[in-house]
Design a protein around this ligand. Structure first.
Ligand SMILES: [Zn+2]
Ligand SMILES: [Zn+2]
Length: 334
C-alpha cells in the first residue's frame, strides 16, 4: 500500500487513517518500559488470592467447584461497582434532561488461584474453565429481563485501566442498550437488508480466503487483524459458525475459543513483551440474539498508542501500523 491510505471498516462503515511513521516496523511496538518484575505466586494483601475470602464483598459462583480450595475461577461482586443492583431503569425527566437510577451489575471474574499467571501462561484446559465461567454467568444474567446487555471484558495493565495484577476479567450488565452497540447493530442491519447476508460472515470468509491478516485458525474460530484495524495489533476472534449470541457457544467452540485465546495472547505476550490490552466479547443486546445480521466476536485492542485530539474530535482513528504487517510479525517464527 501507499505510505498513506484510508480504509473503511466494512462492519461499521467508519474510516481509519493509516499513517505509518517512516522506517517504523511492527517490532518497534515491542514494550521496553515494562520492568517485568517477578511477582509472587501469592500476595497476602490481594483480595483475589486464596485464603483472602474475607477481603471480598461476596462470592457469586466458582468453577470447577465451590469447595474451599477446589476453585480455579471465582465470580465476585466488584468492590467499587460502576452500577448498583438495587435500582431500576425508569427514566426521569429533569428539566430538558433525562436521568435514570444507576441499575446494573458489575462483577469480577478471578481467573486463577495464581497471583502471577495470566492467560498467556495457562494451559488450554485452564483457559477453557475461564470461558465456561464467562458462559455460565452470561447465561444466568441474561435470564433476567431487565438486563439488556452483558459485556464481558478484560483490562490488562495500567494503560488498559487496571492496577490489580491478579489475573481477572470483568462483566458489566446495563439495563439499557448503549448507543455504540446500537450503532453497530444498525449498520449490520442495513448491510443485511441491502445484500441479504451477514457482514461479519462476509468478512470472515474473505479473511479466510485471503489469509493476509490471519493470525490463528482452528476448526471453530478465525483470529485476524481486521482490514481497517483502529489500533496497532487489534485482533478479532470470530466464530466460523454464524451466531449473534455468545450465550449459544457450544462445548466444541468453548474448547476452540480457549485454544484461540491462548495462542493469540501468547503471541502478543512474546512478540510485544506483554503489552497492555483490553479485550471485549461483542455480543448481541437482548431481543437481538436471534437476528441473522449480527455475529458475536472477541475484539482485542492492545494499548500501544494514545487517542489524541483529532481522534476525539472526529471519532476516527489514526493507526501508525499496517494490519498486514502486524499479522505477519505476529505469525513469523522468531
Ligand atoms: Zn492475588
Ligand atoms: Zn454471520
Amino acid at each position: 500500500m501507499k505510505e498513506h491510505e484510508i480504509r473503511q471498516n466494512k462492519a461499521t462503515r467508519e474510516w481509519v487513517i493509516y499513517a505509518p511513521t517512516r522506517g517504523r516496523r511492527p517490532s518497534d511496538f515491542r514494550q521496553t518500559d515494562k520492568g517485568r518484575e517477578e511477582r509472587p505466586e501469592r500476595d497476602e494483601h490481594c483480595p483475589f488470592c486464596p485464603g483472602n475470602k474475607n477481603m471480598l464483598p461476596g462470592i457469586i459462583m466458582a468453577m470447577p467447584s465451590t469447595g474451599e480450595e477446589a476453585w480455579q475461577t471465582r465470580v465476585v461482586p466488584n468492590k467499587f461497582p460502576a452500577l448498583a443492583t438495587d435500582g431500576d431503569t425508569e427514566r426521569v425527566e429533569r428539566g430538558i434532561y433525562l436521568t435514570m437510577p444507576g441499575y446494573g451489575r458489575h462483577e469480577v471474574i478471578v481467573e486463577s488461584k495464581w497471583h502471577n499467571r495470566g492467560i498467556a501462561q495457562m494451559s488450554n484446559a485452564e483457559v477453557e474453565i475461564i470461558i465456561e465461567t464467562y458462559h455460565k454467568r452470561y447465561v444466568d444474567l441474561m435470564k433476567e429481563h431487565e438486563n439488556m446487555l452483558t459485556l464481558l471484558f478484560r483490562n490488562h495493565g495500567v494503560r488498559a485501566g487496571t492496577s490489580l495484577v491478579h489475573p481477572h476479567s470483568q462483566l458489566i450488565v446495563t439495563g439499557f442498550v448503549p448507543n455504540h452497540v446500537r450503532w453497530r447493530e444498525e449498520q449490520a442491519q442495513r448491510y443485511y437488508d441491502e445484500w441479504g447476508r451477514c457482514v461479519f460472515c462476509e468478512i470472515l470468509q474473505f479473511e479466510q480466503r485471503e489469509q493476509r491478516r490471519v493470525v490463528f485458525e482452528n476448526p471453530s474460530f478465525l483470529a485476524f487483524v481486521p482490514f481497517a484495524a483502529e489500533v496497532p495489533f487489534e485482533i478479532w476472534m470470530m466464530p466460523k459458525e454464524h451466531d449473534a449470541d455468545f450465550g449459544d457457544i457450544n462445548d466444541v467452540e468453548k474448547r476452540d475459543l480457549a485454544q484461540a485465546f491462548s495462542n493469540v495472547l501468547t503471541k502478543l505476550f512474546e512478540k510485544l513483551n506483554d503489552p497492555d490490552y483490553n479485550y471485549i466479547i461483542n455480543t448481541a443486546a437482548r431481543y437481538k440474539a436471534d437476528e441473522p445480521q449480527l455475529h458475536w466476536y472477541v475484539q482485542i485492542r492492545p494499548r500501544l498508542t494514545t487517542r489524541a485530539g483529532f481522534e476525539i474530535g472526529s471519532g476516527i482513528s489514526i493507526n501508525p501500523s499496517i494490519p498486514e504487517h502486524d499479522a505477519e510479525f505476529l505469525t513469523e517464527d522468531s
